[in-house]
Design a protein around this ligand. Structure first.
Ligand SMILES: Cc1ncc(C[n+]2csc(CCOP(=O)(O)OP(=O)(O)O)c2C)c(N)n1
Ligand code: SF4
Ligand SMILES: [Mg+2]
Length: 363
């Protein structure tokens, strides 16, 4: 006789929760400082850099998922820095997979648990099955295996922690590296003064459009409650879910280590990373409309990887951001429209809070 597969149903956090210690600056602290669960399946004991965005994301995803979780991690920083010999931050089962096989490995875990429970060989509920892959894995080398798993609709959460580079091997460009982002493979120079010439791959939209039966969402480390709620919604969804999370890389992007969460908000407020949710039932996108809209320079000038940018490069990015505002149904304020003209800008290195020119990414 087949046994029933009982699934978790994780309650959502209060999205309006805010800290009394933080001024409500035009609603910026929406989603901030909730009553986090006490459990911490990603505990102290890892060796990521100070301020590592992916480590923050790992911690929040696992806090939201809880102890009844099993985890896979393809090769990348969050494999290497989290699995030093005889030392691991996980209090839940975790397995490393090759960089290309996060999707297929996770499919196997999901199918295996389902079969074992049905046959009565595993006594518990169906656990939260999660893979967290870097952008090099999810958007590039392992894209095929993740797409296959989404297509087959395995009941698991597939997360891309996006630090916009191949960080672990020395900050090389990836498909999600932004236009003008300097990496060791996209240095700026006389021939190519902007560094990276190509726009980033729109990974999450690709996943939603290509796998319309899946729950798909984007989020950033700037919005903890949003990140944790989307984790829970993805886990509660019976079938495959994909979460694309923006996670700054202090070493590769060259910024002050305390600014990781701030960058997670500014990228949204600058119109460079739209936050949204795709509902597979209604087949609709729901966009987050940030209460603050900033010029892209407010974001770029905090990071050394953009320090070489010239006025025409900044204007090109502002045009892209303005297009994003329109795409999510927001008006473009006049000052942001004016920013489409290179004459509106200085070199980025002359902006008042610019970081030093980035002459040694990853050094
Ligand atoms: C097939 C294959 N090619 C290349 C590598 C080398 N490699 C190891 S980690 C890594 C970087 C992965 O980048 P990403 O997935 O973005 O994770 P991050 O290091 O940024 O956390 C690469 C290229 C590998 N392990 N396997
Ligand atoms: S290189 Fe970047 S992603 Fe890797 S551990 Fe350091 S901050 Fe995190
Ligand atoms: Mg990466």
């Amino acid at each position: 006789m087949a046994h029933e597969v009982v699934r978790h149903n994780l309650p959502l956090f209060d999205e309006e929760g805010r800290s009394a210690a933080v001024d409500d600056d035009a609603g910026r602290d929406r989603h901030y400082l909730p009553d986090f669960p006490a459990e911490d399946p990603y505990a102290a004991g890892h060796r990521t850099c100070a301020g590592c965005g992916p480590a923050i994301q790992y911690r929040w995803v696992l806090k939201a998922a809880g102890e009844d979780s099993v985890l896979a991690g393809p090769t990348g920083c969050m494999y290497v820095a989290n699995s030093t010999y005889l030392c691991t931050p996980y209090t839940v089962p975790w397995a490393h997979t090759p960089i290309a096989s996060g999707g297929s490995f996770t499919s196997g875990m999901a199918a295996g648990y389902e079969a074992m429970i049905r046959k009565g060989r595993y006594p518990g509920r169906y656990p939260n099955i999660i893979v967290m892959a870097g952008d090099g894995s999810a958007a590039d080398i392992g894209l095929g295996s993740i797409s296959g798993a989404l297509y087959r609709n395995h009941d698991a959460l597939f997360v891309c922690y996006d630090n916009e580079c191949y960080a672990n091997t020395g900050i090389q460009t990836s498909p999600t590296t932004p236009y003008a982002g300097m990496t060791t493979f996209t240095p700026f120079g006389k021939a190519i003064p902007e560094g990276k010439k190509l726009p980033p791959k729109n990974l999450a939209k690709m996943m939603a459009a290509g796998h319309p039966h899946c729950y798909v969402a984007t989020t950033t480390v700037g919005y903890p409650v949003d990140l944790m709620n989307k984790t829970r919604k993805g886990l509660n969804h019976v079938g495959a879910a994909f979460l694309h999370c923006y996670t700054p890389c202090q070493k590769g992007w060259v910024y002050q280590t305390s600014m990781t969460v701030e960058l997670g908000r500014r990228v949204v407020e600058a119109g460079l990373f739209p936050v949204w949710e795709y509902d597979p039932e209604s087949r609709e996108y729901h966009y987050f409309h940030p209460p603050v809209q900033r010029p892209v320079t407010d974001y770029l000038a905090m990071q050394g990887r953009f320090g070489h940018m010239l006025p025409e490069h900044i204007a090109a990015l502002q045009r892209g951001a303005n297009q994003n505002w329109q795409d999510i149904g927001m008006d473009v304020p006049a000052d942001l429209r004016a920013g489409e003209d290179p004459a509106h800008h200085k070199r980025l290195s002359e902006e008042s809070y610019s970081m030093p020119l980035n002459r040694g990414v990853g050094a």
